[in-house]
Design a protein around this ligand. Structure first.
Ligand SMILES: Nc1ncnc2c1ncn2[C@@H]1O[C@H](COP(=O)(O)OP(=O)(O)OP(=O)(O)O)[C@@H](O)[C@H]1O
Ligand SMILES: [Mg+2]
Length: 580
């Protein structure tokens, strides 16, 4: 764990050295207080001299002053390093996560991963920013105190030392257990968080189905589960602390008994014994403190494990190393996009081909519609084009180049996607529209909004283009969200336009207008449109009919009405016209 952490701490070595110096200084000063006590007892009390007492106390004052300065620097530097390192880890973790393949987030709850970014790193911060220095300081006090104990009285020291092995063994045993439990407990807490996040985000569905009680019950079960695991951990630590304390204080009592008798026999001065007791208590206290922190460190080790696991997860889909340069110009007879015998099976449904031996070529500038029953594999096709997934066999080519030979970001910047569920971010209208094109001027944004028939309703929002939209755009209607998603795509001005049910949430009139805008946008642009309502795609160049992952028919509306059984059936249902 330390080796791993070191890569993050290394850049701040200088501060670390300063912190260590301050730490050394305070530890040394703490120990020198023992001498102050000896002077106070022997020169002050035993000699019954007020001057001796005043002298010893002024010495105390000086020591305290320097200790305070040392403590200031130690605390400041160490906390600084802790906060800084955790910020660095968080940034690195997030940066890593953003690059992961989307399917990773289907298999792992996004909320749980959020938990790792926040709670796990916070745990680390406590350890680096305080526990660690605390442990180091106490270890120094422990060692220094031990040396001073030996110097001042070997016999008494040996009595104290008998208990050390008795302490170390339970420490190791319980420590391991605590670490295990701590990991479990962090996992549980993360699940609880993810769970709460999801139900709160979809609060309307929860309340509409009056499932508050059920959600409450499930949540409290999860929370109780987390509590139970935490309790086990606490129990182990409590036993550990009590055990150590008992052993240590027992040893101190034994030592006092022997030492006290020596003082009574005149073999030892009262000051020497006082100083020795001071050291012994200091040594015992620091040992106890170290064991307590040890548990904390074990917890952090659990957190580190989880963070490292995430960092070790590799993106399954990455850019090609020697990527071909884009934009590519296809030769005249060459298609812009080509699917060649493409098979895709979702890993979780190994026996079902979501895309089944698909072969399809799309020319530059062509407008092609994908239709077919729900679950036919249309959205999956878009995922493949964007390389959110890679086909198991076959190849997909852009201007003759296999997608996997291209730079991922360059490939994706060829597209603008209007997804099936329009996604907006918790920000204002302007930021959301500029999402795919951050440098667009206000005029360009407004032009795009007008084309998507969004300008009018945006103007009516309380702050116009500056209006805040709430989390994932909750403050808008479904159709308004969709129009913003279209405007965003228009603004991006892509080579290839991917529309997944782009107008499904619009009323007939705005659909008509947006359709006009899209027609404008689709001119001289390769476009793939997924649509359920055939009326919206009747005028495209070609319509591809999908069923169960297979391309069953392809042709124009008129051709398909004659040749395709499935298309005919879909058309009959929708147009309620007689088609023989
Ligand atoms: N993440 C996933 N994991 C496993 N199976 C999936 C996943 N996403 C989709 N599927 C399955 O793959 C098949 C194709 O899904 P897809 O979303 O491509 O359908 P679609 O044609 O877009 O349907 P719709 O018109 O309803 O949007 C479906 O049977 C679906 O259940
Ligand atoms: Mg779909």
């Amino acid at each position: 764990m330390l080796r791993w952490l070191w890569q993050f701490i290394k850049p701040y070595r200088l501060r670390l050295v300063l912190a260590l110096l301050a730490l050394l200084m305070t530890a040394a000063l703490t120990l020198s207080m023992g001498q102050g006590i000896r002077l106070m007892v022997d020169e002050g009390f035993a000699a019954e001299s007020r001057e001796g007492l005043a002298y010893a106390l002024s010495l105390f004052g000086v020591i305290t002053f320097f200790m305070a300065i040392g403590a200031f620097f130690r605390f400041y530097m160490v906390s600084w390093i802790g906060e800084r390192v955790v910020a660095d880890i968080r940034i690195k973790l997030y940066d890593h996560l953003v690059g992961l393949t989307p399917s990773f987030f289907e298999d792992n709850l996004a909320g749980e991963i959020q938990g790792r970014i926040t709670t796990d790193t916070t745990l680390l911060q406590t350890v680096i920013g305080s526990s660690f220095s605390f442990a180091l300081r106490n270890s120094l006090t422990f060692l220094g105190g031990l040396v001073l104990m030996f110097i001042s009285n070997v016999k008494l020291t040996l009595i104290v030392l008998i208990v050390v092995p008795l302490i170390v063994f339970p420490l190791i045993f319980f420590g391991r257990k605590v670490r295990e439990l701590s990991r479990m407990s962090q996992d549980k807490v993360a699940t609880v968080g993810a769970w709460a996040g999801e139900s709160l985000q979809h609060i309307k569905v929860v309340q509409a189905f009056t499932r508050e009680d059920m959600v409450n019950k499930q949540f409290s079960q999860a929370a109780e589960g987390a509590f139970d695991v935490a309790l086990q951990r606490i129990r182990h630590r409590a036993v550990l602390i009590a055990l150590v304390m008992m052993l240590v204080m027992g040893a101190v009592a034994g030592m006092l008994f022997v030492g006290g008798n020596d003082v009574l026999d005149g073999k030892l001065s009262a000051g020497d014994l006082s100083a020795f007791v001071f050291y012994a208590i200091m040594v015992a206290g620091s040992l106890a403190a170290v064991t307590e922190v040890y548990g904390e460190v074990q917890r952090a080790a659990g957190a580190v494990e989880r963070i490292r696991e995430l960092l070790a997860t590799e993106a399954q889909i990455v850019s090609a190393v020697n990527a071909a340069k884009l934009p590519l110009q296809p030769a005249d007879d060459e298609p812009l996009l080509a699917f060649k015998n493409v098979d895709y099976t979702y890993p979780l449904r190994p026996n079902y081909k979501a895309i089944d031996t698909l072969t399809l070529a799309i020319k530059a500038g062509e407008r092609i519609a994908l239709v077919g029953p729900s679950g036919a594999g249309k959205s999956t096709l878009f995922d493949l084009l964007l390389r959110f997934r890679d086909p198991q066999s076959g190849s997909i080519e852009l201007a003759g180049k296999n997608l996997s030979n291209l730079n991922l970001q360059e490939l994706r910047s060829q597209y603008a996607l209007v997804p099936q569920q329009p996604v907006l971010f918790s920000s204002n209208v302007l930021d959301n529209l500029r999402y795919g094109c951050p440098d667009a001027s206000l005029e360009q944004v407004i032009a795009a909004a007008k084309a998507a028939h969004a300008h009018e309703f945006i103007e009516q929002l309380p702050d116009g283009y500056e209006s805040f939209l709430g989390e994932s755009g909750v403050k808008l209607s479904g159709g308004q969200r969709q129009r913003l998603a279209i405007a965003r795509a228009i603004l991006r001005d892509p080579k290839i336009l991917l529309l997944d049910e782009a107008t499904s949430a619009l009323d007939a009139q705005s659909e008509f207008h947006v359709q006009q805008a899209l027609n404008e946008l689709m001119k001289d642009r390769t476009t793939l449109i997924i649509a359920h309502r055939l009326a919206t795609v009747a005028h495209v160049d070609r319509i591809a009919v999908f069923d169960n992952g297979k391309l069953v028919d392809i042709g124009s509306h008129e051709q398909l009405l004659k040749s395709s059984e499935l298309y005919k059936r879909l058309a009959q249902l929708q147009f309620s016209v007689a088609v023989e």
